[in-house]
Ligand binder design. Structure first.
Ligand code: DGJ
Length: 735
């Protein structure tokens, strides 16, 4: 066992990560961030610069914050590893026994399967504590997109069961990042990004309940004043759909660390001899500005095996059109109108099964309701297919109403204490997927319907938080097992039906994470479709996910969740860059509205070629009443920008529009009109006396303006005066 410091430099995608080990300690990441060059002297310099001096009142050697920070190494902050035997915490002192590292060619991770992973550079470190009778491995990757990933495994090599109370990998953050960045939310208002001073202490953001609208999907730090385009930011994400434990901690000894793993309850993980527990991956990005940092995540996620490769079909989801009032006549008329406006996927939502006529009964009984669908779902699915659309169906497989056949037949399948039910939420309880027979029941029921009805897409919903998640049969807390079983069920369905697409919906955007995105092709961003709210939710979501995975719908004129009424162009432009959908009873839309909607759907079919493979960018404005979101093609040849006026600005016009992300040396024509169905749509006329979109336009508006990418990013062009709750679309074409 070496007592010498050894260091490894992993480099990929513009990111460097330096790991160092001394035999008697756990490996430590001493640096990650912008590439530092391959000169060994640079690595030496990084290592030396990380050797903090020993302050008074601390241990006698400099504190090394390992990947799993331990008390035995002098760390008195939040521990990264806590193990028990016989219910008691045991002392742990990890020694590094072997390190292996390599590059893309000799990566030990498979490329296929849900966890398949492209790796640019990697390292494995075997760790052990012979006294505690544990062996472990720390895995570190830098992906070709520049994402840093870490996870840890612990194996019990003793006879007595080993309890894992915590195994949470840690990454250092530069102490120059003085602001904590995280996200908070609630139903209808998910992923609101917030920043505040990183004072000394722990900013702990665990997620309990498996799905949780208040989940901090990302967590990290930034320099004061960082925004979309400027200022160093670094943040991580835990790739896990169960309970998550994560924090940022600043110590009085000059450390700022980011930690992320699974939140484990006492007794939840007990390893018999030879068994291993693996933490989820903590993946992290950095960048100068949030656009640059999120671009790394987008390119990383686009490399997932599950990532869709065909164009994202424009979807009509029938939920807000009919709610539970399903009839063949009504839905077939809606399908006909959907096809007419250019929809490519028609989704039948909640209410088609069992006694589910409202949200109080029938959930869990996955048999087509004969009352509502006397001839089954085939006639509707056939009609949808004949109209040239895919057929999607809603399920909420992990749930049940107490008033259901399944709850009556299998009360032991419900998660909760043995002697009582947990509190109901939306009148429902959670099925224990770890109970024998449950996953088989769900796989059979879903598979049968997929084959018989001809289902191309499942909207997989999850409408309550998981409270008191006890396994009634085996005893003990079971969120870990539940998450593993959910992944297995999704994997089995994908194996059986390789073309089946799945959307992760959880009362809107309650389950957005990269564990589920290795098995799903879309998320439903929120149940709030009001563009004013949705803009912020989409911006928060796109700190992790690329646009093509974020479902965004054009809803009815008056939002069902906020009561605001907004014009069609504003609603359409809010959704253009994402996985576009419609959630509106088109039977109530006028012919003029449907024609305009059809033009926007047609426009989207061009725009998605850019926004679903390119990069999302943000134009900085002097005033946050104006938002400028752009989508730039991968090759920089084309871009679209949406200028959204949320309220009136302090000045009129609001300011110069900067249009970032283009090839700095390329010359571009910027124009307002867009082409759809070979017709110039431009600014479609407003309807119903809502007033106009523009209160003034700059001189170039009618004929376009030509400028270089550098000029557009740095100087910008005069923008129009856009009225509040209105938006316009600009297109940039390289000449
Ligand atoms: C919550 C989802 O987010 C909605 O879109 C809809 O599917 C309902 N559940 C149905 O119960």
């Amino acid at each position: 066992m070496s007592t010498r410091t050894q260091a490894w430099h992993l480099r990929a995608g513009g990111t460097s990560l330096i790991v160092d080990t001394i035999g008697q300690f756990c490996p430590r990441v001493s640096y990650w961030g912008p590439e530092v060059g391959d000169d060994p002297a640079v690595v030496e310099a990084v290592l030396e610069s990380q050797g903090l001096s020993v302050p008074s009142g601390t241990c006698d050697i400099p504190l090394r914050v390992g990947v799993l920070p331990e008390e035995s190494a002098g760390w008195l902050g939040e521990p990264g590893i806590m193990l028990t035997r016989g219910g008691r915490l045991i002392p742990v002192k990890l020694h590094t026994t072997r390190v292996e590292s390599g590059g893309a060619d000799d990566s030990p991770w498979p490329l296929d399967g849900p966890e398949g992973q492209q790796v640019g550079a990697w390292l494995w470190a075997d760790v052990t504590d012979a006294t505690a009778k544990i062996e472990g491995r720390i895995e570190i990757q830098v992906t070709p997109s520049g994402i840093v990933r870490q996870r840890a495994h612990i194996r019990n090599s003793g006879d007595e069961p080993l309890g894992v109370a915590r195994l949470v990998p840690t990454l250092p953050l530069p102490t120059t990042l003085t602001q904590i960045v995280d996200q908070a939310g609630r139903h209808l208002r998910e992923r609101q990004t917030q920043m505040h001073e990183a004072t000394i202490g722990v900013h702990h953001r665990p997620t309990r309940g498996a799905r949780n609208h208040n989940a901090s999907t990302i967590l990290g730090a930034a320099v004061a004043g960082a925004n979309a385009r400027q200022g160093r930011v670094a943040y991580g994400h835990v790739e896990w759909s169960g309970n998550v434990d994560q924090w940022v901690e600043r110590t009085p000894f000059g450390h700022l660390v980011l930690a992320g793993g699974e939140l484990l309850m006492p007794g939840e993980i007990e390893l018999a001899r030879g068994e291993t527990y693996s933490s989820p991956w903590l993946s992290a990005t950095w960048g100068d500005g949030f656009d640059a940092a999120s671009a790394k995540f987008h390119s990383y996620v686009r490399g997932f095996t599950a990532h869709p490769s065909r164009p994202r079909p424009v979807t009509l989801n029938a939920w807000e059109a009919v709610y539970f009032a399903q009839t063949f006549e009504g839905l077939s008329e809606l399908a006909r109108l959907a096809a007419e406006v250019g929809v490519e996927r028609f989704v039948l939502d909640d209410g088609w099964f069992g006694s589910r006529r409202d949200d109080r009964s029938g959930l869990g009984d996955w048999q087509v309701s004969e009352d509502v669908w006397p001839d089954g779902l085939q006639p509707l699915a056939r009609m949808v297919h004949d109209l040239g659309m895919e057929f999607g169906l809603w399920f909420e497989p992990e749930m049940l109403n107490m008033d259901s056949e399944i709850a009556r037949a299998h009360p032991e399948w419900i998660m909760g204490p043995r002697d009582r039910e947990p509190l109901e939420s939306r009148h429902q309880q959670v099925l224990n997927l770890t109970a024998p027979g449950v996953v088989d029941y769900l796989e059979d029921a879903i598979s049968r319907l997929v084959s018989e009805v001809g289902i191309d897409y499942i909207k997989w919903d999850y409408n309550r938080d998981l409270l008191e998640a006890y396994d009634r049969i085996g005893g003990g807390y079971a969120v870990h097992g539940q998450t593993v079983a959910l992944y297995a069920l999704l994997d089995r369905l994908h194996e059986r039906f390789p073309d089946l697409e799945i959307e992760s919906c959880a009362g809107g955007g309650g389950r957005v994470d990269l564990g589920i995105m290795r098995r799903a092709q879309r998320i439903w961003g929120s149940d709030c479709i009001d563009p004013l709210e949705r803009q912020i939710i989409q911006a928060g979501t796109s700190l992790l996910l690329p646009a093509e995975l974020i479902g965004s719908h054009i809803a009815s004129p008056t939002s069902h969740t906020t009561g605001r009424t907004q014009n069609l162009q504003f609603r359409c432009l809010n959704a253009q860059f994402y996985h576009l959908g419609i959630e509106w009873d088109l039977r109530r839309a006028s012919e003029v509205e449907r024609a305009e909607l059809a033009a926007w759907v047609a426009a989207h079919k061009n725009i998605r070629d850019v926004s679903h493979t390119g990069s999302l960018v943000t134009g900085l404005q002097p005033d946050d009443a104006t938002r400028v979101v752009g989508a730039v093609a991968e090759d920089g040849a084309q871009a679209y920008y949406v200028v959204i006026q949320t309220r009136t600005s302090a000045s009129r016009p609001a300011g110069i529009l900067t249009l970032p992300g283009l090839d700095p040396d390329g010359m571009y024509r910027i124009e307002a009109p867009i082409i759809a169905n070979n017709a110039v749509v431009g600014l479609p006329p407003d309807h119903g006396g809502h007033g106009s979109t523009l209160a003034g336009a700059p001189a170039w508006w009618a004929s376009g303006v030509i400028a270089s990418g550098a000029f557009l990013a740095e100087v910008g062009v005069a923008g129009p005066i856009v009225n509040p709750e209105r938006a316009v679309l600009l297109r940039a074409t390289r000449l």
